[in-house]
Design a protein around this ligand. Structure first.
Ligand SMILES: Cc1cc2nc3c(=O)[nH]c(=O)nc-3n(C[C@H](O)[C@H](O)[C@H](O)COP(=O)(O)O)c2cc1C
Length: 335
């Protein structure tokens, strides 16, 4: 199945391998894309993936993790990204962008924003608890970035609500101690993300993914039930796929990290929320990727470090496993 085409959210992917979003800390200081990004993303498109998902791209300056992150809050940044979109499309590959706000994990902001004034760890700055007008403003920045992304031809928008960044901080009871409409109950903690998605869907009809951390690693592994409930709500609002990751909202790591360690969460969300999912995380062989799809745990496979090491992962594996069919279908034009 890995090399079979699939339609998701109205876009046709030529196969089910996606380059996972990965910050490269190589943006210009004004958060513009550079020649590095062009080579970096185009080479994975040339290597045969069906979809390249650009790294976490900040919706405002203080939403960057570092001052070398990509941004999409002005037209200059938009133009720099438009060249990458065009190049990736020239390889018959689709391209998405992950829109993000780093929240309390921003090292670019002097005083980072967060739902509550709680540090991520002692190595991070003390964040400022967001006022309602700050929530309204950041919501608008997500919508504006989405409009810019759509206008330059991105095929997929992914909202980054995982890994302990701003939207995840709101979702999690460990980082959100608010007592207003955006904190407390699950419905309140989910409000910020749901409002962004709802408003985005009033004008954006393209493919929409959301990355969630399905579980948190606190003293115990927790949060899966709420992630399933959230996936159901997101589906109702028109989200096409949940990209299922985990952790990141505390310095604690899972007790064991093994090949495909997050696949079970993609499966749980797919089965319980009847939502399309992507699996990610140490999917380090063709066999594991294929098994994940055939066992119905996910619809797409996101590859991160495998593709950093080997931009031609798809071409190599397709040649080995699918032989001529795939090569003829996908490479006659390019090579
Ligand atoms: C260098 C690097 C940068 C990353 N940046 C992002 C990011 O911008 N957004 C995100 O959601 N995940 C990010 N991740 C996580 C990856 O998308 C992926 O989920 C993770 O690496 C697990 O997949 P893998 O084992 O195939 O690498 C990053 C990972 C790496 C290694």
């Amino acid at each position: 199945m890995l090399f079979d085409a699939i339609e998701i959210g109205g876009i046709d992917l030529k196969n089910r391998v996606v380059m996972s979003p990965m910050c490269m800390y190589n943006a210009a200081h004004d958060a513009k894309a550079t020649h590095f990004h062009m080579e970096h993303y185009a080479s994975r498109a040339a290597g045969g993936v069906g979809l390249v998902m650009l790294e976490a791209t900040a919706v405002c300056a203080d939403g960057r993790i570092s001052d070398r992150d990509l941004g999409l809050w002005n037209d200059v940044q938009m133009i720099s990204l438009s060249h990458i979109v065009e190049r990736i499309h020239s390889y018959d590959c689709k391209v998405g962008i992950q829109l993000a706000h780093a929240g309390r994990k921003s090292e670019a902001a002097t005083t980072p924003f967060a739902p509550s004034a709680l540090r991520f760890s002692e190595n991070y700055r003390m964040p400022k608890e967001m006022r309602i007008q700050d929530i309204v403003q950041i919501k608008q920045q997500f919508l504006d970035a989405c409009k810019r992304a759509e206008s330059i031809g991105f095929d997929v928008i992914e909202i980054h609500a995982a890994h302990g960044y701003l939207l995840h901080e709101f979702l999690s009871p460990f980082s959100n101690k608010r007592e207003d409409d955006y904190g407390g109950s699950f419905a309140n903690r989910a409000r910020f993300l749901l409002e962004i998605v709802k408003e985005l869907r009033t004008f954006y009809t393209g493919a929409l993914f959301v990355r969630l951390s399905a579980v948190e690693y606190q003293d115990v592994v927790c949060g899966l039930e709420e992630s399933i409930a959230l996936a159901r709500l997101l589906k109702d609002l028109g989200v096409d796929l949940i990209d299922v990751s985990s952790g990141g909202n505390s310095p604690k790591l899972p007790s064991q990290i093994f090949s495909g360690y997050q696949i079970e969460y993609a499966k749980a969300i797919k089965e319980s929320a009847h939502m399309k999912t992507a699996a990610v995380g140490m999917i380090d062989s063709y066999e594991l990727a294929e098994k994940t799809l055939t066992q119905g745990a996910a619809d797409l496979i996101f590859l991160g470090r495998e593709l950093l090491r080997n931009p031609y992962w798809v071409a190599n594996n397709a040649y080995q496993y699918e032989k001529k069919n795939f090569m003829l279908k996908n490479y006659t034009r390019a090579y």
